[in-house]
Write a protein of this length. Sequence first.
Length: 77
Amino acid sequence: MTAQQLSAFQANGGFDASASLGLLVGAVFAVLLLWGAWALRTAYVGWSEQRISQRQFLGVAMRFVAMYLVLTFFLLS
């Protein structure tokens, strides 16, 4: 954005554009962590009741870790 666009954004919004970026990244990570907690809890209940195998449970956990690492790399680098 140009200096004029940044100035207009701050004048109309009351905050600078980098603050809104931080809010957006924080919201993405909050949603990801909530979804991950739900997915891991659901998988754990399924595993403890022997509806899914330990391998399937570990697959859910590894997918969550992979998603978290990829989003961390793309959003925080």
